[in-house]
Design a protein around this ligand. Sequence first.
Ligand SMILES: [Zn+2]
Length: 112
Amino acid sequence: MPGIDLEVQRRRLTELEKELVRQIERPEDAESSVSPDNAIGRLTRMEALQAQQIGEAGKRRVKQRLFNVRKALAALDEGTYGRCFRCGDQVPAGRLEIMPEARVCVKCAGRR
Ligand SMILES: [Zn+2]
């Protein structure tokens, strides 16, 4: 596959998987980076509610990403990595570099 080193991608995906599992198991780590100084008293009630919703949405996003990372690792094993699972086109190397777990090409990602 031109432009993309599969072993590098495998290492990045493996690291990403570990990191995402850590975030799911210990979500307080991920959140503490946002709010060490943000005393709750300074937030309005609405802001606090919004922060909570973002936290929930964030966890869902992490789980969704972990799912994609594991699919991408499976695709590496099967030799189908880097191909869009919707249309079968090659996912551009630049996209895989930014998002090693990308499973659809830009065209299909925009057409949800
Ligand atoms: Zn596609």
